[in-house]
Design a protein around this ligand. Sequence first.
Ligand code: KG4
Ligand code: ZN
Length: 343
Amino acid sequence: MAQKDIIILGIESSCDDTSAAVLKNNAVLSNLTAGQKVHELYGGVVPELASRAHQQNIIPVVDGALKLAGVDINEIDAIAFTRGPGLLGSLLVGTSFAKSFALSLNKPLIEVNHMMGHILAHFIDDEGKSKPEFPFLCLTVSGGHTQIVLVEDYLKMKVLGSTIDDAAGEAFDKAAKLLGFPYPGGVKIDQHAKLGNPNAFDFAKPVIKGYDFSFSGLKTSILYFLQKKSAQHPNFIDENLNDLCASIQRTIVEILMKKITLCAKDLNIKQIAIAGGVSANSGLRHALTETGREKEWEVFIPKFEYCTDNAAMIAITGKYLFDKNQFVDQSVSAKARLPLSIK
Ligand code: KG4
Ligand code: ZN
């Protein structure tokens, strides 16, 4: 007998994107995201404003996702939401909404770890794209996290290394701010890097043991370099923007690639994935593909829409938790810090 289709509504609100998605098994029926432009003015996400914008956006976004999917709310099997990690005020909006919606519709509720969501986005159906086999390594690089994760099964993950200070996305955004780009500037660095020479400038790279990362020294190195050069030539940044972006991007990508390559070698794992907002970076995607060819890895690079925060990744994780009957009750609360625990 054919298995019953499972329809999951996913809700994501951990940072500054309000997103809702509807999945039928592993296929995305809709994935709708409202971003928040307001933070551009402030050079970073302002938690209070993010929380308010989530409140304004959540109902139209969920309503829109259901309509786009052509699914009636009564057809949903469960509601999955991001419990953490993230900004508490932002998480509270998605969590409260999901709890109320589940209660009023009498549907099961599923809590999802945002970082697990980024990784399991690799299991969303996409024609012609293969899915990783267990165990695989995932370099999870976002605005808040930088981790090397050993993925042993859908819900069994172990963090082998992480950043001891800034995340990779933060490094991109802080460097972008020094160059005068509005927040979040990671994507601007990527665009300008395509036109520049990646070997034009050298910046200090950290020496950190094992599989951990550090990016705060790089920011300081860029800051001092720009201050020195701008004192000599006031137009230094404008005249060298593309080369600066290309050199900064190369440095961040080299720091990331060094650790994932070391870990893959030590564990003798050849299935290597990337996930999170920074996995949209063209330099990182290229470096992973090239290193993969050289080391005979099978590499997994997410589609752009599943790199940055989205609810499809929350819904797919919800689907795997649904399969294991891992539901939560109305006492669940949002958590700013939520480790990627081994279940
Ligand atoms: O996963 P994500 O959407 O949100 C968090 O969970 O943090 O990641 C956002 C981060 C930001 O730091 C943003 O600048 C970075 O991902 N990002 C990029 C690119 N696209 C997004 N960084 C470098 N190159 C890109 N193309
Ligand atoms: Zn994220």
